[in-house]
Ligand binder design. Structure first.
Ligand code: 5GP
Ligand code: MG
Length: 174
């Protein structure tokens, strides 16, 4: 048997709920009359997306995109590719990217650049968490949930080797 890693709670489900409500209010203010296209980055953003859009009481559309950095190993290679794209047209849409965590920034910087070329009417980023100590490329986060320390987070969609996505709290591995 593998020894179980020790988990510490960083943000409880109640804190997450309050933060997602705050983000939903900010997004509602800006997008209630814009029928935005929300694009979640798989897999990590699925739980955040589901909770967030339940609080958005206006017309919107949802897409998911799957990206991967190739090169192998645990270090981000810096090269990102689209593994599973989106079918909805982007041109002229008000696009809001939904991400679980901005770490080095390479993934979101790539995606924002990729989407920008498709000529959306507007393009913004909402990230549940931001780990600025690891940033390699500048990224503007328009709607931010939590700033987090340089620890490996799991839970609320975030995985460690595909496990722990189902935890309702955001934890870190000791
Ligand atoms: P970036 O390209 O900003 O370095 O990385 C973004 C992606 O790396 C995130 O979407 C996430 O999948 C993964 N990642 C970065 N930091 C963490 C972390 O602390 N925990 C988990 N589970 N994934 C992370
Ligand atoms: Mg991710």
């Amino acid at each position: 048997m593998n020894s179980q890693p020790k988990l510490q709670i960083l943000f409880t489900r109640q804190e997450i709920k309050a933060t997602v409500s705050r983000l939903a209010a900010e997004i509602s203010e800006d997008y209630h009359d814009k029928c935005p296209l929300l694009i979640g980055i798989l897999k990590g953003s699925f739980m955040f997306m589901a909770d967030l859009i339940r609080l958005l009481d206006f017309p919107l559309e949802v897409e998911f995109i799957r990206l991967s950095s190739y090169g192998g190993g645990s270090q981000t290679s810096g090269k990102v590719k689209v593994v599973q794209g989106i079918s909805s047209p982007i041109k002229g849409r008000n696009v809001l990217v939904i991400e679980d965590i901005v770490d080095t920034g390479l993934t979101t910087a790539f995606l924002l650049d990729y989407l920008k070329k498709k000529k959306p009417a507007s393009l913004k980023l909402c990230a549940l968490t931001d780990k600025p100590s690891r940033r390699q490329t500048p990224v503007t986060i328009d709607y931010l949930g939590f700033t987090v320390p340089n620890k490996f987070l799991v839970g609320y969609g975030l995985d460690w080797d595909e496990k722990f996505r189902n935890l309702p709290d955001i934890c870190f591995l000791e």
